[in-house]
Design a protein around this ligand. Structure first.
Ligand code: NAP
Length: 267
């Protein structure tokens, strides 16, 4: 039986969407939690609910992961609290849709900073720490978008291609070295969260609700797969089919097809 100290999870992007579902599942499995995002009030509300409902300890760290040194500052804030993380979920991410040169450069830089830089730095800091302290789990949230080049969503898709390739390669590296650190990439397809309908994201992608999975289902499959030692999880049959489908086309043809679909589907 694990004590609470053996089960502490840090979840970035915990204030909403898939992240808010990750924390409910982890709390129900007895994990103490460290919730990270920018929205302090939402995090405090969730922390109170998780502690009351599941009797776990829940800490809140407010952080903008696009800021310089964000990952290092977060790591040190956790150390100062004396907490030992053995499950890290790099979930925070943002999406900007639209024509590349019309989107602001700073928005795109912010997307790269959160989706790639903060995720990589946190993975490095915690993979080292976990390897030195008896192992742990790291779940990096990529996307089905990472399997393809997507016109009008080009930087986002490229950040997720990075997360996918980085995570799968690292997973193999850590396993071959017997570090005891399990690293997993989760590739959701369209998921019903505010990311699909966020006025800050540039153009809106009109995706029918029937094509979306729930955040709960995605989070559940992510945690289950990571704890089961998988290096890669594509949740849902339709998403698995789409992932396989990408192998039947040349990259050029697939990009043309996606360009045409995304231009038609974006307002
Ligand atoms: N929804 C989809 O269709 C879909 C599909 C595939 C992959 N994903 C991936 O799944 C992950 C979660 O997305 P979601 O759909 O749950 O989106 P969401 O509902 O928009 O939630 C995004 C989370 O990231 C946090 N976040 C955003 N910018 C941040 C920053 N600068 N610093 C710290 N936290 C930040 C947000 O919190 P604050 O605003 O409070 O900071 C929020 O908690 C992302 O990595 C996304 O790329 C989503």
């Amino acid at each position: 039986m694990n004590t609470h100290k053996d089960k502490t999870a840090l979840v970035t992007g915990a204030s909403d969407g898939i992240g808010a579902e990750f924390i409910k599942i982890l709390a129900s499995r007895g994990y103490d939690l460290i919730l990270v995002a920018r929205s302090e009030e939402k995090l405090n509300d969730l922390a109170e609910k998780m502690s009351n409902e599941f009797g776990i300890r829940c800490s809140v760290i407010v952080a903008d992961l696009s800021s310089a040194n964000a990952a290092h500052d977060l790591f040190h804030a956790v150390e100062e609290k004396g907490l030992e993380v053995n499950f890290l979920i790099n979930n925070a991410g943002l999406l900007r849709n639209g024509f590349f040169t019309e989107l602001s450069l700073s928005d795109q830089e912010q997307m790269i900073a959160v989706n790639i830089l903060a995720l990589t730095s946190l993975t490095h800091l915690y993979a080292n720490k976990m390897a030195a302290t008896g192992g742990g789990h790291i779940l990096n949230v990529a996307s089905l978008a990472g399997w393809m080049a997507i016109p009008n969503q080009n930087v986002y898709a490229a950040t997720k291609a990075y997360v996918l390739a980085f995570t799968q390669a690292l997973s193999n590296e850590m396993m071959a070295a017997n570090t005891g650190v399990q690293i997993t990439a989760l590739c959701p397809g369209y998921t019903a969260t505010k990311m699909m309908d966020n006025p800050e994201q540039g153009a809106t992608l009109r995706i029918p609700a029937s094509m979306m999975m729930s955040a709960r289902e995605v989070a559940k499959m992510g945690i289950k797969g990571c704890l089961a030692g998988k290096d890669l999880i594509v949740p849902g049959i339709a998403n698995k089919f789409t992932a396989s489908f990408t192998h039947f086309f040349s990259k050029s043809l697939l990009t043309k097809l996606l360009g045409s679909f995304y231009r038609k589907t974006m307002d």
